[in-house]
Ligand binder design. Sequence first.
Ligand code: PRP
Length: 226
Amino acid sequence: MEKQSKSKNQPIRIALAKGRVARQAIKVLENLGYVFPDYSKESRKLVFRDKDDQLAFFLVKSPDVPTYVENGTADIGIVGRDILLEHPADVYELLNLDFGRCKMCVAGFEDLDISFNKKLTVATKYPNIAKTYFDSIDQPAEYIYLGGSVELAPVLGMSDCIVDIVETGTTLKENKLVVERDILDISSRLIANKVSLKTKKDKITPIINRFEQELKNENNKKSSSK
Ligand code: PRP
């Protein structure tokens, strides 16, 4: 009984994908009125509670966000669509938050030849997405998984091309690579644990509503500035 009431008073736990997604997500949470007194970009702390103890966010590697949400350690999470496609999890995808926009692309040197009679070597952090794409166009390919700095692979001659996210295009440009094909549009998604959404509905619904309202406000701002 005591345990139950203790968990009822716990803040809603939200897992954020470290890096760009988290930085933008925290800005949105602050716009929604949450104040995190301990948070600063420089802080090495991993869990931050808002001053009213309604929400606690923690920062994890992006592929771990669906894992934390699926097993209920986090009630909700914010993560890119790229991660949800690469690491499918049994969670509810509630909202397209429309930030963290980028594209999943095939990139290589300008003279890259994507032709069906040549097997391509593809370096990527996203082997499932890459395979789904190349299979869909009947392109024979083999895949090398890398954890980061994927652009190095064609530069050093380890692969013919990469499948990776492109945001500003700076990394490609500085390494003399170009986009060959756009595969997917990516943006951040709000996801929820299936049980939490039922058992903590009274606490989670207002948070979702606030995100929805913020999205509407942003869209109104965009359309009135056109
Ligand atoms: C991502 C991605 C590209 C880069 C693209 O890497 O894998 O390398 O960003 O961004 P741009 O188009 O704005 O240059 P990230 O910075 O997440 O680091 P990583 O290479 O270590 O994965």
